[in-house]
Design a protein around this ligand. Structure first.
Ligand code: PGA
Length: 249
């Protein structure tokens, strides 16, 4: 049985009060596609207002701190996201791994904190251009998964993996269908064999330059269970056709 597709928008550092109307439009239009799970991962400060504006629609964060609480100026705990109305979060996005120098171990601690708190999780992995061109993409992603996926997490929160090649994010470039399939299959096998996770129940999303014009082809690839969408998630006119493409496969 194929898994229900998840199309999650990653708004990154975009979103003001004036964008709540766009969020309302996206949430309302998503209701036409009950066969797809749709979510928007927003800046932490917008979550509470968005969750109030679109009750029942999945709102997420983009990062959490690994600690429950404490002296961590400027950081957001998983319980705070939950309290604000989020039910999921991204961790380990390559922009944070790069700009905030987040290590695999740190991402793993964040992932554990989110899941244990009850937040569904989108854990990002993805190779550099150098690794792709050097023929070491699968190896690089397997190492990241090994280092960032927490073991033996208790609770009901759902895990999803987002495969996001760094060189495909915001560039308009995407891997070939064969390359995407190879990576998603490798991730599924690793989940099952090395991590003891029921790989068949974990959604593996593709992310990096997903848009309406390529979404149908991406969603038709075996083992692609959805997408993490950056730039094309900011406007309903760009995002909803991606949701429709997920519903159509
Ligand atoms: P993009 O970003 O869709 O703008 O390439 C994807 C992401 O970074 O999650």
């Amino acid at each position: 049985m194929p898994l229900k597709k998840l199309v999650a928008g990653n708004w990154k550092m975009h979103g003001l009060s004036s964008d709540l109307e766009e969020i309302r439009v996206i949430a309302a239009a998503s209701r036409d596609y009950p066969e797809v799970d749709v979510a928007l991962c927003l800046p932490a400060i917008l979550i509470e207002r968005a969750a109030r504006a679109v009750p029942g629609f999945a709102i997420g964060g983009q990062d959490v701190h690994h600690a429950e609480k404490g002296a961590h100026t400027g950081c957001t705990a998983a319980a705070m996201l939950l309290d604000a109305g989020a039910n999921l979060t991204i961790v380990g996005h390559s922009e944070r791994r790069d700009a905030q120098r987040e290590s695999d171990a740190e991402v793993q601690a964040k992932a554990r904190a989110a899941l244990e708190c009850g937040l569904n999780l989108i854990l990002c992995v993805g190779e550099s251009l150098e690794a792709r061109e050097g023929g070491a993409a699968v190896q690089a992603v397997m190492a990241q998964l090994e280092g960032s996926l927490p073991q033996n997490v208790e609770g009901e929160a759902e895990l999803a993996i987002a495969y996001e090649p760094i060189w495909a994010i915001g560039t308009g470039k995407i891997p070939t269908s064969v390359e995407i399939r190879e990576m998603h299959t490798a991730i599924r096998h690793a989940l099952e064999e090395r991590h003891g996770v029921d790989g068949g129940s974990v959604r593996i999303l593709y992310g990096g330059s997903v848009k309406a014009s390529n979404a149908g082809e991406i969603f038709s690839i075996a083992d692609v269970d959805g997408a993490l969408v950056g730039g094309a998630s900011l406007k309903a006119a760009d995002f909803i056709p991606i949701v429709a493409a997920a519903a159509a496969v």
